[in-house]
Design a protein. Structure first.
Length: 255
């Protein structure tokens, strides 16, 4: 394959870049729609950072396409940098394990490798990684949270968050000593509790941070997950009442 000193002279490279730009534009559009949707109850900070990165990349690539004398190595560096930044979001290792190399005499092959990698990265399906579960108050001070999509029980971690008009440390102590959480069936029908709650120092990054909330991770054994699946959700009860208490429960999909 022929090599070129200027980007605009390579029709093959321009064609492949147009395909990449189309994929990039689609991903940016869908991500922007997700973050603008008032019905979506949670958005990760990572979604905003991803959108910021993609918006910046679109602007920079547009610049390259509107210039007459851009050396292909400049575009290669831009694409290679994008792979590095996307790796933080999309690679288990959070980095590039084997950097790509630009060889001018093998221009077509050099670009094909980075373009294939970017196409794979940008075609990944956008997923909502955190789900707010509805919490409903029942009789006798019992609250329930039903899980409609039972498949998330095996594939997610659960975060319990509480806010009340009392001191934060006192709230932690009260919840750890007086709150019982279990499956709906065990708690409501048999008055059994059993799920362990571990205090978290802060909200996990996958859910919105809210001031004055105390966060707990619900520790679930395999047996607990089976009970949740059979009963359809969580139930919890706190001995005594808290002023202006608010409860929220989140499912965070595991990586």
């Amino acid at each position: 394959m022929a090599t070129f000193l200027h980007l605009h002279a390579s029709k093959d490279l321009i064609s492949k870049m147009n395909e990449l730009m189309s994929t990039l534009s689609y991903r940016t559009e869908k991500l922007a729609e997700k973050l603008s949707d008032s019905n979506v109850q949670s958005s990760e900070l990572g979604d905003y950072l991803m959108l910021q990165l993609l918006n910046k990349t679109q602007s920079r690539l547009h610049y390259y396409f509107t210039q007459d004398r851009i050396h292909p190595s400049e575009l290669f560096l831009e694409l290679h940098s994008l792979i590095g930044e996307l790796a933080v979001f999309m690679k288990k290792e959070k980095r590039i394990l084997e950097p790509f190399v630009y060889k001018h005499e093998e221009q077509g092959t050099s670009f094909q490798k980075v373009l294939d990698e970017l196409t794979d990265m940008l075609s990944m399906v956008l997923e909502q990684n955190s789900i707010s579960l509805p919490v409903e108050k029942q009789k006798y001070g019992i609250y329930t949270s039903k899980i409609a999509e039972k498949s998330i029980i095996e594939s997610s971690s659960f975060i319990f968050a509480v806010k009340a008009d009392i001191d934060g440390e006192k709230l932690k102590q009260l919840l750890q000593s007086n709150l019982k959480m279990g499956s709906i069936r065990d708690l409501v029908n048999y008055h059994l509790g059993g799920f362990k709650l571990n205090v978290l120092a802060s909200a996990p990054r996958q859910i919105p941070y809210k001031v004055n909330y105390t966060y707990f991770k619900v520790e679930l054994e395999a047996e607990d997950k089976e009970k949740l699946t059979r009963s359809g959700g969580f139930a919890f009860h706190l001995s005594g009442e808290l002023p202006n208490v608010e409860y929220t429960l989140w499912a965070i999909r595991n990586d």
